[in-house]
Design a protein around this ligand. Structure first.
Ligand code: NI
Length: 161
């Protein structure tokens, strides 16, 4: 699996729901987990690997990899926290982003089984970041405009160099 980077149109599209949850998604999920480990990331969403479907995987040190198919965000905390984020599709950029401290999410796993999960800390952070990918939103979009423009200018210089 090749990871698409900023500038690829697919990253900006809203991903379509997975129609056959109990279908052949385990293979895709496992391939995504492999790509995630190879890229040394903590989360990877379908659109990042050219699969414009509502699926993402999370792999945090000390925890088993998790697969989220057709996730919905049920609830987020009022409280926001700052946390440093990066993205395999925006390589080389690490920056503080404000997001809800905790999240409740409902989804289906790679076996087609539904689950509900309440998360905080890094897990909540990754879930919210990956969910954004399904909506065509990148973490740099969550920055104040001035900061975002500075990052985009920096990336532009890198591309042209
Ligand atoms: Ni990302």
């Amino acid at each position: 699996m090749r990871i698409l980077t900023l500038g690829d149109e697919l990253l900006r599209q809203k991903a379509a729901p997975v129609a056959d949850i109990d279908g052949e998604w385990e293979k895709t999920a496992l391939a995504m987990i492999e790509a995630l480990k190879k890229g040394k990331g903590v989360g990877l969403a379908g659109p990042q690997v050219g699969v414009s479907r509502r699926i993402f995987v999370v792999n945090i040190d000390g925890d088993a990899p998790r697969v989220f198919i057709n996730p919905s965000i049920v609830e987020t905390s009022q409280e926001l926290v700052k946390y440093e984020e990066g993205c395999l599709s925006v390589p080389g950029i690490w920056i503080d982003v404000m997001r809800p401290k905790s999240v409740k999410v409902q989804a289906w796993n790679e076996k087609g089984r539904p689950f509900t999960l309440e998360a905080d800390g890094i897990l909540a952070r990754v879930i919210l970041h990956e969910y954004d990918h399904l909506e065509g939103i990148l973490f740099i979009d969550r920055l104040p405009e001035l900061k975002r423009n500075r990052i985009l200018a920096k990336l532009d210089r890198k591309v042209k160099a």
